[in-house]
Design a protein around this ligand. Structure first.
Ligand SMILES: [Zn+2]
Length: 159
């Protein structure tokens, strides 16, 4: 099933009903992605699946993953390249005045959210996506990288 994810959600309701949200968010709904000079495919989208519920300690959590294909400029050969980005999501909801366990902080990234608050999903997923961008994108397989092709041609010519 492919659907677009809504921006505004009521996380506590989704947690109480153990709901799942699955779908796409367009890059055009993510102002920081769309204005990022590194991102070449402005028409892309990110796919997310999110499960809401409580863990075995009763902590209210949102868990899942995101996936996107982002075109960056390869830092070695300066050609555009398709990079598959995937990242796990593990968040826990806390009231603004709650102090959560150090141990739980290792498992989940806490987000402040009071009982009546809504969460802005596009913004949240945008944060996760930006955090998973490579620092210096380069063709993973050297054979795909133009700079490698050029240097191997040079090597051939030299022999
Ligand atoms: Zn390259």
């Amino acid at each position: 099933m492919l659907a677009y994810l809504p921006n505004e959600i009521s996380p506590w309701q989704l947690i109480k009903s153990s709901s799942t949200l699955e779908g796409e968010i367009l890059f055009t709904n993510m102002p920081r992605v769309i204005t990022d000079k590194e991102v070449l495919n402005k028409t892309g989208s990110v796919w997310a699946d999110l499960k809401f519920g409580y863990d075995n300690k009763g902590i209210p959590i949102i868990q899942g993953s995101i996936r996107a294909n982002v075109y960056f400029t390869c830092q070695r050969c300066l050609q555009p390249m398709d990079t598959e980005i995937s990242s796990k999501i593990a968040l826990c909801l806390v009231y603004e005045d709650t102090n959560i366990d150090q141990y739980d902080k290792l498992l989940y990234e806490p987000i402040a959210c009071n009982a009546i608050d809504n969460l802005f999903l596009w913004d949240l997923i945008e944060d996760e996506l930006l955090l998973s961008f490579p620092i210096a994108p380069k063709h993973m397989q050297q054979s795909n990288c133009l700079s490698e092709k050029i240097s191997s041609i040079r090597n051939l010519n030299n022999t």
